[in-house]
Design a protein around this ligand. Structure first.
Ligand code: SF4
Length: 58
């Protein structure tokens, strides 16, 4: 019971970005995987999820 097909919930990833198509009604992430980027980040606000995809656009 550990296959990573699309649509599965990522255990341990909570996300409040409701505008993202991967965000679920209970504020979790349903992407197969996520990537968090900005190698120069030194604060929380400088990190970002590059897997983010606005609903209806991708
Ligand atoms: S892909 Fe990123 S922004 Fe979208 S729900 Fe998952 S963690 Fe949140």
């Amino acid at each position: 019971m550990n296959d990573k097909k699309h649509g599965e919930i990522l255990p341990g990833v909570g996300c409040d970005v409701t505008a993202c198509k991967y965000n679920t009604v209970d504020c979790r992430c349903s992407a197969a995987r996520i990537s968090v980027q900005n190698e120069k980040a030194s604060t929380k606000g400088e990190t970002y999820c590059s897997t983010f995809c606005p609903r209806g656009t991708c």
